[in-house]
Design a protein around this ligand. Structure first.
Ligand code: CMP
Length: 150
């Protein structure tokens, strides 16, 4: 199994809903490692770069407006198969399709405001992590409990 690093964003509005701890708890309980994290007001320009692949889609303008509307939390989570694992924890993009038990399935009623973003491929993860973090902001750590993660 490959060790991966993935980009996770807790979207604007989640601070106001007091759900940040709930989401971080789910990531930690799964066994992923948080190795970078910051509270950030995402500029429109950074948002446009992050979501460049969606430019031209009907929801794009609203998405950029929303993501740059208030503080968000940017994170790097790592672990074996961290990219698909984090996508599973997040749940389906469409709020109506997200299964109960997932972050979106439990807390999202509006697709645009689906609480979290998680990279969908190693290429996206590398690109998105590069947009949000410098090397100095990533702090790898030794997990003395790794053998206990059965
Ligand atoms: P995310 O995983 O961050 O990737 C792109 C985002 O665009 C997605 O989550 C949603 O917030 C948003 N999005 C995708 N599809 C739609 C849609 N049909 N309507 C509104 N927003 C959408």
């Amino acid at each position: 199994m490959a060790k991966q690093q993935t980009f996770v964003m807790i979207k604007p509005g989640v601070l106001q809903r007091r759900l940040v701890g709930e989401i971080i708890t789910r990531i930690e309980r799964k066994g992923l490692r948080i190795e970078a994290m910051k509270l950030i007001q995402i500029s429109r320009e950074l948002c446009e770069r992050q979501y460049a692949e969606h430019k031209g889609k009907p929801f794009y303008e609203g998405l950029v407006e929303y993501i740059s509307s208030g503080p968000a939390i940017a994170m790097m989570a790592s672990g074996e198969e961290a990219i698909p694992m984090m996508r599973k924890l997040a749940g389906a993009t469409n709020a109506a399709d997200a299964e109960p038990g997932t972050i979106r399935g439990d807390f999202a009623a509006i697709t645009q405001k689906n609480l979290v973003h998680a990279s969908d491929s190693p290429e996206s993860a590398e690109r998105e992590l590069g947009l949000f973090f410098t090397h100095e902001e990533i702090h790898s750590w030794v997990d003395g409990n790794e053998d206990c993660l059965v």
